[in-house]
Design a protein around this ligand. Sequence first.
Ligand code: SAM
Length: 236
Amino acid sequence: MTEKTHDGGTHQHGHQHEGAQQGGLNLHKDADNAVDMWDGMYRERAKIWSGNPNPQLVAEVAGLKPGKALDLGSGEGGDAIWLAQQGWTVTALDVSAVALERAAAHAAQTDHADKIIWQQQDLAEWTPEPVFDLVSAQFLHSPLLPWRDSVALAAAAVAPGGTLLIVGHHPHGLPSWSHHHDSGMFFTPEQLAGALRLDREPWFVNVLTDRARTVTGPNGESGTTLDTVLRATKHA
Ligand SMILES: C[S@@+](CC[C@H](N)C(=O)[O-])C[C@H]1O[C@@H](n2cnc3c(N)ncnc32)[C@H](O)[C@@H]1O
């Protein structure tokens, strides 16, 4: 997806944005709470994301045995619906009721709507329980939510024996057309490893890397973006 930020920069996500050529999207940075900021962004367009699952999710989860999954910052639901299609029972959590309503409507057109619970929740006010076999957080970047807090919450929600999957923008890997000034929202693999103390119990690191991905810019141009990818298993 390509999202034009309030400061005029562009922000590249895992999903390709359908309407990029019509102009950008405003991330409502003047909003003083997460609901207004994200509902405001989603209301700008009838549909923002492609509906396709994020590519790193597909790459990392396709081989896992399905169980109970949590998608943090689930947006319009492309990942949650894909997970349900793979046999997972999914809790899809997002602060934006606008995004969740859209996602639920999309899911209702599939055979898997009953496998997904849509939960409106601000992560800043959420206490996780370690009950999920998979916790996925894809591009959970927000000016109002420090990334160290969101990844710690994601990690805390993983059940013993479960998998943590975190995918985000690498701060030095944004495409050439991006003028994003908020690289403090993004993280390198090394920063992620330090924040989550992945070098010690209970974690076993399966994947910790950055991966380049081809993306389409606001004028249809082709570019490259770099994803930071972590897949780790919590020891039982
Ligand atoms: C950049 S979008 C990514 C959406 C989706 N994961 C994807 O990759 O397409 C970030 C998502 O996180 C959600 N979000 C931001 N801050 C949040 C918070 N404090 N609590 C819960 N969700 C939040 C937003 O509403 C938005 O849907």
